[in-house]
Ligand binder design. Structure first.
Ligand code: NAD
Length: 347
């Protein structure tokens, strides 16, 4: 008797705009070679959503993610004009994707920094990005005063900190650094820092190391000696800035994956945009989306497949020296993916 095939994991697939379909095809080829556990439901969003359904985030796409609770997403363009809100922001709100996970790992030697392996966890829904902003007109100047209100809650802080601690323990991280500005924004970021230390004392002391650092000092330390950090956890605005800074340490956004994880869904993506300047030319680098797929495999506890995928990318880049133009190489997308698939099959 043969054993039953393992259950497939339903997941939503959004190829996205611009180079999205090219890098998604490449990523799917790598996943197929690995023996992907996912059962894909294709959906559209961004410009593709407007063209197909008159909405950058059509109800059918939202329904699909509601069902599968899991998605792999290419870059989305927000159409200019027409009053459309960013689909990425709407997805974060709709599915309460409160955790943004941004790993940064050196892939190509010879950059400014070697052997970087950092993870940043950013709170995605609260803080100064809630859009509570207004102007006060004075003396005929409608914009005489601009005001913004940030909101951080105990519950929101606990959610993101708990996600960070648990992720750190599960993935073998040794130290968490809490990034804040509680010396100046005593309430807004003080609540985050206070909650972090409370939770550490309650549940995590002795299991992992924790320290805290003020955001401006953190930004400097990251470029002076990034190896002193292991995992960073911070509030929305600081996380937005520092996650791009750590991507810069390993060569920029071109190879940066991200995960947006919440109560109702987890969506994995390449951090870069739709690269309209090279769309359709077949020369895009698919690595960021492939690494996002590796994060998605980790998320569904298929670390075995995630590790094989990351290893194949490393071997293709470094042992085989197959690199796309953005990395100084001559390979096109198809040549890179052919190399990676061969490494997956034979590696
Ligand atoms: P971009 O990231 O698309 O492009 C910046 C530069 O990087 C371009 O020169 C591009 O060719 C290059 N580049 C990006 N990805 C690459 C890849 N995989 N391989 C090789 N080169 C690559 O940023 P942009 O031009 O500011 O934005 C273009 C569109 O993408 C905009 O509509 C923007 O709103 C959207 N965008 C979407 C997301 C997302 O969905 N996550 C993120 C950022 C931007």
């Amino acid at each position: 008797m043969t054993s039953p095939a393992p259950a497939r994991i339903p997941a939503t697939l959004i190829a996205g705009d611009g180079i999205g379909p090219e890098i998604m095809d490449a990523t799917l080829a790598a996943l197929d070679a690995l023996g992907s556990p996912f059962e894909w439901e294709s959906a559209v969003a961004g410009l593709g959503g407007v063209t197909a359904a008159g909405d950058p985030l059509p109800p059918a796409t939202l329904d699909s993610i509601r069902r599968t609770r899991l998605a792999l997403k290419g870059p989305l363009e927000t159409p200019v004009g027409g009053g459309y809100r960013s689909s990425n922001v709407r997805l974060r709100e709709e599915f309460k994707l409160y955790a943004n996970l941004r790993p940064a790992r050196s892939l190509v030697p010879g950059g400014r920094f070697e052997n970087i392996d950092l993870v940043l966890v950013r709170e995605n829904n609260e803080g100064l990005y809630m859009g509570y902003e207004h102007y006060i007109p004075i003396d005929g100047d409608p914009h005489a005063v601009a005001m913004a209100t940030g909101v951080n809650t105990r519950k929101g802080s606990r959610n993101i900190l708990s996600f960070a601690f648990e992720h750190a323990l599960r993935t073998g991280r040794k130290k968490i650094t809490v990034v804040h500005k509680a010396n100046i924004m005593k309430a807004l970021t003080g609540i985050f820092l206070e909650t972090a230390w409370q939770m550490y004392e309650e549940k995590y002391k002795g299991r992992i190391e924790m320290n805290d650092v003020i955001v401006d000092a953190c930004a400097m330390k990251l470029v002076m000696n990034p190896w002193q950090f292991d995992m960073l956890v911070t509030t929305n605005l600081f996380g937005d800035i520092l996650s791009d800074e750590i991507a810069g340490l390993v060569g920029g956004l071109g190879m940066a994956p991200g995960g947006n994880i919440g109560e109702h869904a987890a969506i994995f993506e390449a951090v870069h945009g739709s690269a309209p300047d090279i769309a359709g030319k077949g020369i895009a680098n698919p690595i960021a989306l492939m690494l996002a797929a590796a994060m998605m495999l980790d998320h569904v506890n298929r670390q075995d497949l995630a590790t094989r995928l990351r290893k194949a990318i490393d071997q293709t880049l470094n042992a085989d020296q197959i690199r796309t133009g953005d990395l100084g190489g001559k390979a096109n997308t198809k040549e890179f993916i052919a190399g990676a698939v061969s490494r997956i099959r034979n590696g």
